[in-house]
Design a protein around this ligand. Structure first.
Ligand code: ADP
Length: 220
């Protein structure tokens, strides 16, 4: 959240997911303590990450000594080793790290991590698969589900909405969606309002319930 956006973060597991995450946090100015039990992995990241250590995250004493209990936030980025993922998460709970994010390889795995006390579950493969399905099957340029049934879609304006002020189109009543912003070729995104007139070649961002934005994006 915004209040603790810059508090330090412990990242456990430096595979593809964990290392990308740790590097991006650092780039954004967040202090990171990165942990992996494979010395080779730690060595290879030592030049890029400021605090990266070899330790077994299923060892409570090791985590204590690293000062993990002082952190308010942690990400468990261990995927395939379920036992380690579950144990590391439960140790973070024991150390009273309040904001725990955990990567899961399946919904069931995610449910277990949630029960143990992880606050946020991330299913990268699963979520990306779903997202790509929306892109592959439609004309969308980008798709992001921001809540269980609410999405933002980047797409092209359908013919019937080109050349008319949006205020005159009854778009929201007819399709249950809102055009949030527009990008005309060669310029930046700007907010759309009732006076906005879309042109061919524009890119728009549409917000609304999943089925409604999907149907809207299918309009010719
Ligand atoms: P990815 O798909 O992101 O590469 P993996 O599950 O393959 O994810 O990688 C997880 C990382 O977590 C690996 O680098 C592995 O060495 C590390 N890891 C696994 N178990 C532990 C543990 N008990 N303590 C610390 N790191 C661990």
């Amino acid at each position: 959240s915004a209040e603790n956006g810059n508090d330090p973060v412990v990242v456990i597991g430096l595979g593809r997911f964990g290392s990308s995450l740790a590097l991006e946090l650092m780039r954004r100015g967040t202090e990171v303590l990165a942990i992996d039990h494979r010395p080779k992995v730690v060595q290879s990241l030592a030049g890029e990450l400021t605090h990266v250590v070899t330790a077994d995250a299923t060892d409570l004493e090791a985590l204590r000594q690293l000062g993990v209990a002082e952190f308010g936030r942690a990400v468990v980025a261990i995927g395939s080793d379920l036992e380690a993922s579950i144990l590391a998460t439960s140790l973070l709970v024991e150390l009273e790290v309040t904001d725990i994010w955990a990567k899961a390889v399946s919904r069931q795995h995610g449910r277990i991590l949630e029960r143990i006390g992880a606050k946020h579950i991330v299913l990268p493969e699963h979520d990306m698969g779903e997202r790509v399905a929306h892109l592959v099957s439609g004309r969308m340029l980008d798709y992001m589900e921001i809540d269980s049934n609410f999405a933002l879609v980047k797409t092209r304006p359908p013919h019937e909405y080109v050349g008319v002020a949006l205020g005159e189109t009854r778009l929201r009543r007819k399709h249950g969606v809102t055009i949030v912003c527009v990008k005309t070729q060669g310029s930046e995104f700007t907010y759309a309002d009732a006076t906005t007139v879309l042109q061919y070649g524009d890119i728009i961002v549409v917000a609304g319930p999943v089925d409604r934005v999907e149907r809207f994006a299918e309009l010719p």
